[in-house]
Design a protein around this ligand. Structure first.
Ligand code: NDP
Length: 451
């Protein structure tokens, strides 16, 4: 990636990251995005670039790669690769999800772990940043195969995690079912009911109310704050949400509760259009229970909805776009189509779903753009609330937990705006998120010495 837009004092840092992490393009992209925001910080506080804090921040504290052997339903041995990148623990134990998807390799895990540092910092809660996963593809695998895989994965991972060390959660391909199998194996190996070692647990065994809904709800609360700051609301707004997994489903639920209409959603095979609004009950049954494909949604809805195969959902006109599927799913052409259709707000429910070109186009067109590290922080924030409840052997009601989530999202929103103002970038949520996230971590790292 070119070095345009980088402060001259940060060129060498970026060059070093790309050289030391060759081929890890998603990681380079995530680092570049943060560095583009840090120019005003090194101008105002040269101490950050005079010391090695920035360079140290880009080097994970620990990177673990391991073999995951397991037996499939035909009796054949399968081998996958497992990862855990423990990126930064200056603010608290490493915290971040596990992703099971065939595209997973070190560069993806590193980009996600790196983003997580800033996101967790922004929540104001005591959690460091990490991420993990495997190139295991759960699609088409039986429940027993998924269980055997999770057990093998945890048989190695257990020695690296713990409630004071590293606390994984879910991400793509890892939901409540997988967290259950992982927690069961951890409990068996260690002979400890250590609830705080994983988050995203079921409600009957240490989970928190609202954790399932938190990332999607939180993204929508963030957008609600943006709309309110300009005297608007969701009422009557047309919304497009990509994906149809955990984040997308609960983003759709909250948009509908606040009076918006979600006219389309997708999976990796294409998207559906349902002009009157997505039928959430049908979507949940299809995706959470049957684990089917999005095309079946249109089949069941008959003439009310249509399925468009293998095309970009961002061709659908909307007021608000919520990319909630995966990284780099919304590119420059998609951004141009959204801008032309009058889209006013884009908020990243997924991690880094918008390419740098798309982000640039949104800024030029004055579309309000909320980066994932701010907009989707509700998931990890509620994970931290789950840890808090586990530590105090307590459990809060749905209403109380949702209220706390809404307050946290409101604070993140305000922190992004006030920091952006302070550093001469009014209204720039990305600059605000990167700078506020950076300063809290950098100050903690500085206080802890060279470790
Ligand atoms: P899920 O596995 O529940 O759902 C992922 C969805 O995205 C599926 O509908 C999937 O479709 C779709 N998808 C995946 N790859 C592509 C692709 N290349 N093109 C189009 N659609 C695709 O994952 P989550 O909902 O948990 O995660 C979604 C995003 O949100 C990720 O970026 C994740 O990192 C981020 N996130 C998740 C959090 C959480 O709490 N779960 C917290 C913060 C961020 P298909 O089934 O066809 O693959």
């Amino acid at each position: 990636m070119a070095q345009d837009g980088l402060h001259e004092r940060l060129h060498d840092v970026y060059e070093e990251v790309t050289r030391r992490n060759a081929g890890e393009i998603e990681f380079h992209q995530a680092v570049y995005e943060v560095l583009t925001s840090l120019g005003p910080v090194v101008d105002k506080h040269p101490e950050y670039s005079d010391t090695a804090i920035i360079r140290r921040l880009f080097e994970p504290e620990r990177q673990i790669i391991f073999r995951v052997p397991w037996i499939d339903d035909t009796g054949a041995e399968q081998i996958n690769r497992g990862f855990r990148v423990e990126f930064n623990s200056a603010l608290g134990p490493f915290k971040g999800g596990l992703r099971f998807h065939p595209s997973v390799y070190l560069g993806i895990v590193k980009f996600l772990g790196f983003e997580q540092i800033f996101k967790n910092s922004l929540t104001g809660l005591p959690i460091g940043g990490g991420k993990g996963g495997s190139d295991f593809d759960p699609k088409g695998r039986s429940k027993n195969e998924v269980m055997r895989f999770c057990q093998s994965f945890m048989t190695e991972l257990y020695r690296h995690i713990g409630e004071y060390t590293d606390v994984p959660a879910g991400d793509i391909g890892v939901g409540g079912r997988e967290i259950g199998y992982l927690f069961g194996q951890y409990k068996r190996i260690t002979n400890r009911y250590e609830s705080g070692v994983l988050t995203g647990k079921g409600l009957t065994w240490g989970g928190s109310q609202v954790r399932t809904e938190a990332t999607g709800y939180g993204t929508v609360f963030f957008v609600d704050e943006i709309l309110r700051s300009t005297g608007q609301s969701f009422d009557g707004k047309q919304v497009v949400v990509s994906g149809s997994g955990n984040v997308a489903i609960y983003a759709i639920e909250k948009v509908q509760a606040l009076g918006g209409t979600v006219v389309g959603c997708s999976d990796s095979s294409g998207y559906i259009v349902d002009e009157k609004g997505v039928d959430l009950e049908l979507l949940k049954e299809l995706k959470e229970v049957r684990r089917g494909r999005i095309s079946e949604y249109a089949e069941t809805r008959g003439g009310a909805a249509r399925f468009v195969e293998n095309e970009s959902i961002w061709q659908l006109p909307c007021d608000i776009a919520l990319p909630c599927a995966t990284q780099n799913e919304l590119d420059g052409d998609d951004a141009k189509a959204l801008i032309a259709s009058g889209c006013q707000v884009v908020a990243e429910g997924a991690n880094m779903p918008c390419t740098p070109e798309a982000v640039k186009l949104f800024a030029e067109a004055k579309v309000a753009f909320a980066p994932g590290k701010a907009a989707n922080a509700g998931g990890v924030a509620t994970s931290a609330l789950e840890m808090q409840q586990n530590a105090s052997r307590d459990s809060w009601t749905f209403e109380e937990t949702e209220q706390r989530l809404a307050e946290i999202m409101g604070r993140i929103h305000d922190r992004c705006l006030s920091t952006a103002d302070e550093y001469g970038q009014p209204g720039n949520y990305m600059a605000g998120a990167n700078i506020a996230g950076f300063i809290r971590v950098a100050d903690a790292m500085s206080a802890l010495g060279v470790v």
